[in-house]
Design a protein around this ligand. Structure first.
Ligand SMILES: *Cc1c(COP(=O)(O)O)cnc(C)c1O
Length: 443
């Protein structure tokens, strides 16, 4: 019998996160203060983040120990499964071996709890009882709501309007975990009020929702802000994915020629690929591919420069690939990939040519999602389906070239809360948006 699932025991859940900052062959540009444009220090971040997380943000220690309390909660759903996609390979008639690391096997259905649990833990340790955040597709809001409920903390979520309307059950899920959810732009903040004045029907964006969550947190002593991607400490927490995957690929007796992941802010890409990039930086020949939507092509069509992380300009300036902090992408179904910027580390790796990027339209992405569901069974999240599209294309290229490539992709989440998206695709097909068209639409 061929092995399909590569399984680790609870004892094999990593005991430390991998910090790529220890191994980068270049220096990251500092975050700058939004007003003074000077490099920021820990004191500037202290009103919004736990001190331990601020330390992790700039640490250059290679391994950062995972607290026991966090590992105990990881035990609820980790280790994640590494699958060999035998049935997809057969359908594609490819000599390539396709593996995927599944992060949808927990209650909220994506990789996001890996950092949500850690962030809630460190904030609780420092006496914070309330966290605010934004959510696009809803996976991050769900993950943080669950994490806060585990630690008896309050959670307030600003949910991008388009997702709030498309995914009512994501909101219910957050409410089941005890969170308070506002559609963003909301009337709850100055930022929201200003935007609603100009565009009362605004579909919202992650940039706007971040501004609202930051504004809310800055107003209260007992409240911190929590971000689900982009920041160095978030990427750090996600490396449990790649550390497990590395052990599992070893069990399978293979090493990936190419690691593929979708890229919104960069956290699942980082989580899966950074432990492999550690080998690449040490000389190993392998590729890493970030996959993004053509409607929000941050790496493939953005500029590498300093920009704000949010729409209102409340966050520090970050040197990153960006489409402009006021860019509002078209309402594609992969809500988690509708972010104008990217992580500083991922951006720098792309700028230095260490990772590559490719962009797809949502119709071709959903074609791949269906082919995957009909062969492997799991209904993938629209975000993750970008990685599937790319993995299928790479497997078909390998077939043409007659090469036995080893492909590893990240299945960052399942799509069981995205059935309205599948419904539209099956009933009437989806609209594809080009980056420039989306801008002109002014959506
Ligand atoms: C949030 C999300 C993404 C995109 O965010 P990254 O930070 O780029 O990982 C991708 N897939 C799923 C399932 C998500 O929930």
């Amino acid at each position: 019998m061929k092995t399909t699932k590569f399984l680790l025991s609870e004892k094999e859940i990593p005991t430390a996160w991998y910090n790529i900052l220890a191994d980068l062959p270049f220096q990251l540009e500092p975050y700058l203060h939004p007003a003074t444009k000077e490099p920021i220090g820990p004191a500037d971040l202290a009103p919004l983040f736990a001190m331990e997380l601020i330390k992790q943000e700039v640490s250059t220690e290679r391994w950062i120990e995972i607290p026991d309390e966090v590992r105990e909660i990881y035990n609820l759903y980790r280790p994640g499964v590494l699958f060999r996609a035998h049935r997809l390979e057969k359908a594609l008639d490819t000599p390539a071996k396709i593996y995927y690391k599944y992060e949808g096997g927990n209650a909220t259905g994506s990789h996001k709890p890996n950092t949500a649990i850690a962030q809630a833990y460190y904030n609780k340790q420092e006496g914070i009882m309330r966290l605010t955040t934004e959510t696009g597709a809803g996976q991050w809001g769900s993950a943080l709501s669950m994490a806060c409920s585990f630690f008896g903390m309050e959670c307030v979520v600003y949910m991008v309007r388009v997702s709030y309307d498309q995914k009512p059950y994501r909101r219910s899920l957050m409410q089941v975990y005890g969170a308070t959810v506002f559609a963003s732009p909301s009337t709850n903040t100055q930022t929201g009020l200003k935007i609603l004045e100009v565009s009362p029907d605004s579909s919202g964006s992650l940039g706007i929702a971040i501004s609202e969550a930051v504004e809310d947190a800055a107003k209260r002593e007992d409240t911190h802000y929590s971000l689900g991607s982009v920041l160095n400490h978030v990427l750090l927490h996600q490396t449990v994915i790649g550390l497990e995957a590395k052990k599992q690929m070893e069990m399978a007796g293979d090493y990936p020629d190419i690691v593929i992941a979708c890229c919104g802010g960069g956290s699942n890409l980082a989580g899966l690929s950074f432990p492999f990039i550690q080998d690449k930086l040490a000389g190993k020949d392998m590729r890493v591919l970030a996959v993004e939507p053509k409607a929000c092509p941050t790496l493939t069509e953005g500029e590498y420069r300093y920009d704000f992380g949010d729409t209102a300009g409340l966050t520090p300036l970050t040197k990153m690939y960006t489409l402009g902090h006021d860019f509002i992408p078209a309402g594609i179904h992969a809500g988690g990939l509708r972010y104008h910027g990217d992580s500083a580390i991922v951006s720098a790796l792309y700028d230095k040519g260490i990772i590559e990027a490719v962009a797809y339209h949502q119709t071709e992405v959903f074609d791949a999602a269906l082919q995957f569901a009909r062969t492997e069974g799991i209904i993938p999240a629209p975000e993750s389906s970008h990685a599937i599209r790319s993995a299928i294309d790479e497997a078909l290229k390998a077939k043409e070239a007659g090469e036995e490539k080893v492909i590893l992709f990240g299945l960052s989440g399942n799509g069981y809360f995205d059935m309205t998206a599948y419904d539209s695709y099956l009933k009437e097909g989806l609209k594809d948006y080009n980056f420039t068209l989306a801008c002109n639409d002014g959506e």
